[in-house]
Design a protein around this ligand. Structure first.
Ligand SMILES: C[S@@+](CC[C@H](N)C(=O)[O-])C[C@H]1O[C@@H](n2cnc3c(N)ncnc32)[C@H](O)[C@@H]1O
Length: 376
């Protein structure tokens, strides 16, 4: 269907493609480093997604994930030389997905230089603050902090700042300020992803499991899906925690460079990547007849409010979604008490609209994978 410059696209006859009928074991152990650079909710195993994309599309086809999350579908499609379209209502999801794809820009040396500059600019101050352990935030740091907004009702604490100790807030602010001063835009964005991943570990919802290293702990945001302040919060050393996340980013760049170099050497790789931040209703009309294949993972049970749970990041990144976006979020359960069926019917209707040639409710399941288990 689609034909992009430099790529020969074969029109797929979906009626002759054999469905994938045997289970594909999820490759979590060997998960690619680049997906590990930042946590997100309910991430799909990349190797399963990849198999579906390869089975149902050719190089140059357009692959859409309308509920893209942290971007596994679109990133796999992009790295496989497809034209990937990623969409999510949640700014944090798009920040992570775009941040990983952007690692393709610049060089590993650029990232190492950027980390060196951040280190020179703030490591000593951050370590000194950690040792001093102040009991309040000095006025001079306040302009560096995000707004102290009210948290969702299910949180253990009322306000955003209550999620942190003073030294955590000040350290995060100092590191972010140093990153903001980097001149190289792609290295700055990469370091910001590392900083944002650090935020997941430097707050009072973080706790360690007994018998494990403190840094191997996790946040209640990802385990019980709410801001529960740990009875015995673990305070990791801020600079070291950031430095480890930054080293992860550098390792992820090495890996992405290797994949792209391999693809280019083996054919006319020309992956494309675009990001939308739309409710699926709006997205469907924009993408009418522009998509060859959808692979998606719509919101499901467990009452996960992705937007509320992402406030920790969206507030400090200056990307808090407005009320309209919050009202559009599809949550199974939640305040609107949507059933699983309601959410999936909404998703199905919009997928029919993307494939304008398909009558409503009669989307070819081979063109919408993953949904086939839950919708049809
Ligand atoms: C199950 S998660 C997807 C996770 C993804 N498969 C991954 O591997 O990271 C569902 C996503 O749907 C998004 N979402 C919820 N309501 C939406 C809406 N109305 N329009 C677009 N995205 C929405 C959520 O923000 C969430 O990221």
């Amino acid at each position: 269907m689609s034909a992009r410059k430099g790529i020969c696209c074969v029109d797929m006859d979906y009626s002759v493609i054999k469905p994938i009928e045997t289970p594909i074991p999820a490759d979590r152990q060997g998960a690619r480093r680049h997906y590990g650079v930042h946590p997100y909710f309910t991430r799909r195993p990349f190797n399963v997604v990849r198999r579906y994309i390869e089975r149902y599309t050719s190089a140059g086809d357009t692959v859409l994930d309308p509920f893209g999350g942290s971007g596994v579908t679109a990133i796999e499609a992009y790295l496989a030389g497809r034209n990937a379209i990623h969409n999510d209502l949640n700014p944090l999801a798009n920040f992570i997905a775009q941040g990983i794809v952007n690692l393709e820009q610049g060089t590993v040396r650029d990232l190492k230089t950027a980390l060196g500059e951040v280190r020179a600019s703030c490591q000593k101050r951050v370590e000194a603050i950690h040792t001093e352990n102040p009991s309040f935030i000095d006025e001079k740091f306040k302009p560096l902090l995000p707004p102290n907004i009210r948290l969702p009702r299910t949180s253990d604490v009322e306000f955003y700042f209550d999620l942190f100790t003073p030294r955590q807030l000040i350290s995060l602010a100092l590191i972010k300020q140093a990153i903001g001063q980097l001149e190289d835009a792609s290295a700055r964005n990469a370091m910001l992803v590392a900083w944002s991943a650090t935020l997941a570990k430097l707050n009072k919802t973080f706790l360690s499991a007994e018998g494990r290293a403190a840094s191997r702990g996790g946040s209640s945001i990802f385990s019980i899906y709410r801001y529960k302040v740990a009875k015995k919060p673990v305070e990791l050393p801020p600079w070291q925690t950031f430095e480890e996340r930054a080293q992860n980013i550098i390792a992820a760049k090495v890996e992405i460079d290797r994949i792209v170099t391999f693809q280019i050497a083996n054919g006319a790789w020309n992956g494309g990547f675009s990001v939308y931040q739309n409710d699926i209703d709006a997205l469907a009309s924009k993408l009418r007849n522009k998509t060859d294949y959808i692979f998606t993972d719509p919101p499901y049970g467990g009452h996960i409010s992705y937007l509320d749970l992402s406030t920790l990041w969206n507030n400090w990144l200056g990307e808090l979604p407005d009320q309209e976006a919050c009202d559009q979020e599809l949550i199974v359960g939640g305040e609107k008490d949507h059933s699983r069926g309601t959410v999936h019917t909404a998703a199905k209707r919009q997928h029919s609209r993307v494939f304008a040639d398909a009558q409503e409710g009669k989307v070819d399941v081979r063109r919408v994978s993953a949904l086939e288990y839950c919708l049809f």
